[in-house]
Design a binder for this molecule. Structure first.
Ligand code: PLP
Length: 363
């Protein structure tokens, strides 16, 4: 299979812009006449510090991060933040609110329950996580240390289309699968975190944006490596940061800027998702899994109703270079992940194949 003829719909790790891979490839062995690969540089060197500072500045500009918030480039994945959040934010409180709208929010709530009383402010588990609760449905506890939610449910294909209003309770958000796809009012959040491998860079980098006013009240037994206060003080370099991934994030942010930034991404991602959802809405074969007003623009989940047909669809798509359309094992069916790096042509090709498949398999 040639790279030019494939579109990778993987949920993560997922596609990176081809231009980014080409630049990385050209700079791989000898980074800008330094005589070294970025992989070989000391993280304390001036040249790497330059890459780090530039990437951080570009991220700050891309997401319009205010000076009240610090940007951290850490390891450990989004999952490590499931532990870091309660350990850093509980302070002397003993309860936190969680909206359980999917697999990762559910895991985060279970992890939170190891450290405090978890109030399930809302859950869509009873309908197989097919919807996002409305603001009026949230059972908020005013004594909660924070309100936790996952902005986009990667496995079930649902996405919050509003920012929860929680009064003075800080908002914590897992944005792993929709960060940098639309403008965000960062000032409304206590903590935003995201594993890089969905929409930013290869796996191994986790971006955390934290309101500096919330740092410094971690539980005394918090591992040093999870301390926001320490990482803020050390500018993400208490130990070796994921250097090469930070460099790649910088390249992705250059690409993003050239494409018009998060505002342009918002227009493009809405158009790409609409191509798929408009087709699903009139299809006589395919069924969308998520409720309409909760649909994700990032992960479009659908099925035929027959497991054999689903498998045949995935096989046929793969043969055409439309890769990784099989749904997550807990959800079944199909899932098309269409993050920033997925070109419109990829989605158009997918819809064309779905039309063909429908004609062939449905009288
Ligand atoms: C992929 C994903 C995770 C898990 O990320 P890791 O970096 O593997 O820990 C968590 N939350 C969401 C929303 C995800 O999509």
């Amino acid at each position: 299979m040639t790279r030019e003829h494939t579109f990778n719909f993987s949920a993560g790790p997922s596609m990176l812009p081809i231009e980014v891979l080409q630049t990385a490839s050209a700079e791989l062995v000898n980074y800008r006449d330094s005589g070294m690969s970025v992989m070989e540089m000391s993280h304390r060197s001036k040249i790497f510090q330059g890459i780090f500072d530039e990437t951080k500045a570009k991220f700050k500009a891309a997401l319009n991060v205010p000076d009240t918030h610090e940007i951290l480039f850490l390891q450990g994945g989004a999952s490590q933040q499931f532990s870091a959040v309660p350990l850093n934010l509980l302070g002397d409180k003993d309860t936190a609110d969680y909206a359980v709208t999917g697999n990762f929010a559910s895991i985060a709530a279970k992890e939170g329950a190891r450290y405090c009383k978890v109030n399930v402010a809302a859950s869509s588990a009873e309908k197989n996580y097919s919807y996002i609760p409305r603001q009026e449905e949230l059972k908020l506890n005013p004594d909660a240390a924070y309100f936790y939610y996952c902005a986009n449910n990667t496995i079930y294909g649902t996405e919050w289309n509003y920012v929860p209003e929680t009064g003075s309770v800080p908002l914590v958000c897992d944005m792993s699968s929709n960060i940098l796809t639309k403008p965000v009012d960062v000032s409304r959040y206590g903590v935003i975190f995201a594993g890089a491998q969905k929409n930013m860079a290869p796996a191994g980098l986790t971006v955390v944006v934290v309101d500096k006013a919330l740092a410094g009240k971690e539980r005394p037994y918090t591992p040093l490596m999870l301390s926001y206060e320490l990482e803020i003080k050390k500018d993400s370099m208490y130990n070796t940061p994921p250097c090469y991934n930070i460099y790649l994030l910088g390249l992705v942010l250059n690409w993003l800027e050239e494409k018009g930034g998060v505002k342009a991404m918002e227009t493009i991602k809405s158009a790409k998702a609409a191509l798929l959802y408009d087709f699903l809405d009139q299809s006589s074969l395919f069924i969308g899994c998520a409720e309409r007003d909760s649909r994700s623009d990032m992960n479009v989940t659908f099925r035929t109703g027959s497991e054999e047909l689903d498998a045949e669809f995935v096989k046929g798509a793969t043969a055409l270079g439309l890769l990784n359309l099989k749904g997550h094992r807990v959800a079944g069916g199909m899932r098309a992940s269409i993050y920033n790096a997925m070109p419109v042509e990829g989605v158009e090709k997918l819809v064309a194949f779905m039309k063909d498949f429908e004609v062939k398999h449905h009288a």
